[in-house]
Design a binder for this molecule. Structure first.
Ligand code: NAD
Ligand code: ZN
Length: 362
């Protein structure tokens, strides 16, 4: 891998590397953790024709060491996990074997979950191929599958032994998926790194044109933030710092639920959630209106939505956020901003100001 940048996720006595670089053909040097291991690859039907051959070549693997699931969120189920487990048992992978997740967040979450329960837990490596997976889902050890009753309801904390992010893979990613990942990047700047936010304001065009150095820069800076927060709060204990990674997500989840998880991508809903969180923070006087306007402007420039979907009302938001008019403010906790790059978990926000934010947006 050329010009590889290496970060470490430190978890007490354990740690694992995140390697960020280019050229999947040179990936053999990026995998010291896999040397001498018995390996199995899980990927999806979109990624398979694009990157599987190069990976198999780099690691001297054969097709019978690969399981391909249909692309898309519908594969993140208990049923798919069961099929992968059946295949692993049939192919007699031993406990010292290692899985490789080649794909986006769906593949990472599914493969990590399978790795967490196969023979009581085996190692796995993440090769994230979407921007969202490279800056977010591949780092931190949250794995799992969806259930008819909700997303990610079944899962485990299981950290990978390494993460390898190849920025070249983003060249084939549909633009809309790239932008959805960019929403999470903007989120990191807003919540923890004002300099990253300013850097994005100056370099957005380079990112949108897939400049490899600019991509590596944002992936590194986002992973550094996530690694630090995960190191402080591996299992997301209630009000610990990991909750801050959900900036914009309470509003975003309401939008995703309202639109039935089909029309809007997660990152698009988060983008609008970030706008609402900044607006509400400004109404409290915790950030200036000018800062909130900069957040909205960057998100709009990135081609992401800054307003809720047509037809969605303040009442819909209140319902879906579990905020009945009668429920006193203070029960719901929101991540809000005290400054650019400074998020806080707040239960002392004003209900009236939230109403103003929603009334202005809807
Ligand atoms: P995804 O894995 O479905 O990938 C999006 C689409 O892009 C898919 O169609 C996929 O086949 C395709 N694709 C992937 N890489 C490609 C490439 N290089 N070129 C062309 N197409 C490519 O979705 P995602 O956005 O990567 O991840 C979303 C999932 O991640 C959700 O299930 C979400 O719950 C999960 N997630 C997990 C965490 C975590 O901490 N574990 C955090 C955030 C999100
Ligand atoms: Zn998210």
């Amino acid at each position: 891998m050329n010009n590889t940048r290496i970060l470490k996720v430190e978890l007490g006595a354990r740690s694992y590397p995140i390697r960020i670089g280019r050229s999947i053909a040179g990936l053999d040097t990026a995998f010291p953790e896999s040397a001498g291991r018995s390996l199995r690859v899980v990927t999806d039907s979109n990624v398979e024709p694009l990157y599987l051959e190069a990976l198999l070549g780099a690691l001297s693997l054969t097709r019978d060491q690969v399981y391909v699931v249909p692309a898309g969120e519908a594969s993140k189920t208990w049923d798919s996990a069961g099929k992968v487990l059946d295949w692993l048992l049939e192919s007699r992978l031993s406990r010292d074997g290692c899985l490789i997740a080649l794909g986006g967040g769906v593949i990472g979450d599914l493969t990590g979950f399978v790795a967490s329960i196969y023979q009581r837990g085996i190692d796995f490596i993440q090769i994230p191929t979407t921007l969202l997976a490279q800056v977010d889902s591949s780092v931190g050890g949250k794995t799992g599958v969806n259930h008819a009753r909700g997303k990610n309801l079944i899962g485990a904390f299981h950290q990978p032994i390494s993460v390898v992010a190849d920025t070249d893979t983003l060249a084939t990613l549909p633009k809309r998926e790239l932008l959805a990942g960019l929403a999470e990047v903007i989120k990191y700047g807003m919540l923890a790194d004002g300099l990253l936010f300013e850097w994005l304001e100056s370099n957005l065009d380079r990112i949108l044109s897939l400049n490899p150095n600019s991509l590596a820069e944002i992936i590194e800076r986002c992973c550094a933030i996530k690694a630090r927060i995960v190191g402080l709060d591996e299992r997301e204990t209630g009000s610990g710092p990991r909750a801050l990674l959900n900036l914009g997500h309470t509003f975003g989840h309401a939008i995703e639920t309202y639109t039935g998880y089909t029309e809007w991508l997660h990152g698009e809903a988060v983008a609008t959630g970030l706008v609402l969180a900044a607006d509400l923070s400004a109404r409290h006087g915790w950030i200036t209106e000018a800062v909130a306007a900069r957040c909205t402007a960057l998100i709009a420039r990135a081609g992401l939505p800054v307003a809720p979907p047509k037809g969605m009302t303040a009442e819909h938001f209140r319902d879906l956020m579990g905020l009945d008019k009668k429920v006193k403010a203070g029960k719901l906790r929101l991540i809000l901003l005290r400054g650019l790059g400074d998020a806080v978990l707040s239960s002392d926000f004003e209900q009236d100001l939230l109403d103003e934010t929603l009334a202005a947006a809807c």
